[in-house]
Design a protein around this ligand. Structure first.
Ligand code: ME8
Length: 529
């Protein structure tokens, strides 16, 4: 019921998005370069890329910024570098390059790839710290709790459980996070704290009043739940003696800034912060993000910590978060730390970039364990017409059905994307192609028994379908759709979203799309015999 309401309000929302003249800004999380990337990272990148590309097609005259990058500080990286006996900076240089290569190989259209070890990012983080400090929102306190190095965060007592080591009769046990299963250790130290609790009410109010701000709705509800419990202040520094790999606290070099405080600021770095604050029109650089694509594991950081930091800075909040599920192996999250990963480079070597992109976008909502089923999914396109015998009277209705559906296709794809339902958007295009395939089977334009007028219309509809689907597929499979549009001789300047309308562009010398508007009525005898 709640979701029905959301969908109803989506039209107004779409209209407001469509009218905004601000550059579009989409972000992916910045990845820990503690090990090579896996298919989960690629999924996030491809999802964000689909939105960036679609934004450019919808408003070709307005820039669309897309931030990606690597999150290079913190215990996790310090530990991983130590394990390889490498200096953390050299370690990050090597691993960050893998993530950049992944983004490039996959054809993602990011406009910035920020490494948190870059100077302009460090400047932005220091600026945020100083500003919050000046506002009295940072104080020194003694903090204790269960810290997970793998997740780089503290967990409250209620979120931790004992885990007995196998075959030790319970004599050996460790403590783990209930949510992620990651090992936690007790830490007690003096930290700088951010007054997160001061923002509890305003954030709760914000999410209650904006059901579209987090997708899916279950996660929107989770955030409301989290904000309905008492919110503790956040520890945002570690003693430098324990954590040396990070940005020093500008006012106290014996402390290192907490890696999440540092990492979340990257979204501001990517939009030109702190320079944007002094500009007359800061939104010209894209701020705030229109969409933040994240895995559900980092929802709390993006839906609570970062918006609180922004409210503290007096900056507008990101408009929407798309919090996706995880790719799993044997029901366990695919993870660099566990090592149960599927290699995206191998998948792309074997299957090609666009096939992998297609698979991720199409089945992303359903989450298979690996990419092994990809070929099966794609076989559907290669199936020959079914060859079943159909009556002549079915011919014109099949044509009508295909045309009617084609007329509303771009709107349906658009609506699904605006509702952040990527796989439904792609599915609508695939269903249209299947429908036209079926139309060809039914109308049999190659048969002598089909009138030449109907044959011509069927071919025109088929080509128009390929043109429109080619345009709409651009965000999902950019190379293959380009090949298709080139083959159809669709001019490069006629490949925008607006042109994905029936009769909205010329296809080589096939100008017959116009005739589609004068189709015979469903019951017309022109249906062929
Ligand atoms: O959390 N399935 O980095 P990270 C789907 N540096 N997506 C997955 C996935 C899986 N099994 N595993 C990872 C961090 N991802 C922080 C982020 S942002 C300021 C800092 C995707 O390398 C998913 O989007 O552990 C997840 O949120 C992201 O990779 C980050 O992974």
């Amino acid at each position: 019921m709640v979701y029905a309401k959301i969908i109803n309000s989506s039209r107004a929302f779409s209209a407001s998005r469509a009218l905004s003249q601000k550059p579009y800004y989409v972000t992916s999380p910045i990845f820990y370069p503690n090990a090579a990337p896996h298919i989960g990272h690629l999924y996030t990148l491809v999802t964000a890329d689909i939105f960036a590309r679609q934004a450019r097609l919808r408003r070709p005259e307005t820039p669309a910024y897309f931030l990606a990058g690597t999150d290079e500080h913190g215990f996790k990286i310090q530990k991983a570098a130590l394990a390889r006996d490498l200096d953390p900076a050299a370690f990050c240089d090597e691993l960050s390059a893998h993530f950049r290569k992944l983004a490039e190989r996959t054809n993602t259209s990011h406009t910035r790839f920020v490494r948190t070890t870059e100077q302009d990012h460090q400047t932005a983080v220091e600026h945020v710290w100083r500003e919050l400090d000046a506002k009295g929102l940072i104080y020194k306190g003694s903090h204790q709790g269960w810290y997970s190095i793998s997740d780089e965060c503290f967990y409250p007592e209620s979120q931790v459980t004992r885990k007995k080591a196998p075959y030790t009769m319970g004599k050996q046990q460790s403590f783990v996070s209930i949510e992620t299963g990651s090992a936690v250790e007790w830490m007690e130290e003096e930290n700088y704290m951010f007054r997160l609790s001061a923002f509890q009410d305003s954030l709760l109010e914000r999410y209650k009043s904006d059901p579209l701000s987090i997708y899916p709705p279950t996660q929107h509800a989770d955030v409301i739940d989290m904000l309905s419990q008492p919110l503790e202040d956040l520890s945002i520094s570690r003693p430098r003696a324990r954590l040396h790999w990070g940005i020093p606290v500008p006012t106290d070099p014996t402390h290192t800034i907490y890696v999440w405080f540092d990492a979340l600021t990257v979204y501001l770095t990517g939009a030109g912060f702190p320079g944007i604050k002094s500009q007359a029109n800061p939104s010209q650089f894209g701020w705030p993000p229109d969409l933040q694509v994240i895995g559900k594991d980092i929802l709390r950081f993006h839906a609570i910590y970062f918006p609180a930091m922004l409210q503290a800075l007096g900056l507008p909040l990101p408009k929407q978060i798309l919090s996706h599920a995880h790719w799993t192996v044997n029901r366990q999250k695919m993870s660099k730390s566990i090592g149960n990963v599927a290699d995206p480079f191998k998948a792309m070597d074997e299957l090609g970039v666009d096939l992998v992109r297609y698979y991720l976008a199409r089945v992303g909502g359903r989450f298979k364990d690996d990419v092994g089923t990809l070929r099966d999914e794609l076989l559907i396109f290669l199936l020959p017409p079914c060859g079943c015998t159909l009556t002549a009277s079915a011919k014109v209705p099949a044509l009508h059905e295909a045309v009617t559906s084609l007329q509303s296709l771009s709107q349906r794809v658009d609506e699904n994307l605006q509702l952040l339902q990527v796989s439904d958007a792609l599915d609508a295009i695939v269903q249209q192609l299947l429908m036209v395939n079926q139309m060809l089977t039914v109308t049999q334009p190659w048969s002598k028994e089909t009138t030449s007028e109907l044959t011509e219309q069927v071919y025109a509809v088929s080509i128009e379908t390929l043109r429109i689907c080619g345009l709409l597929l651009q965000p999902f499979i950019p190379s293959k759709s380009e090949e298709l549009l080139d083959a159809l001789a669709v001019p490069k300047n006629m490949r925008t979203w607006n042109q994905a309308q029936l009769g909205g562009g010329s296809v080589g010398d096939v100008q017959r799309g116009v005739r589609l508007f004068t189709l015979p009525s469903k019951s017309s005898p022109a249906s062929g015999s």
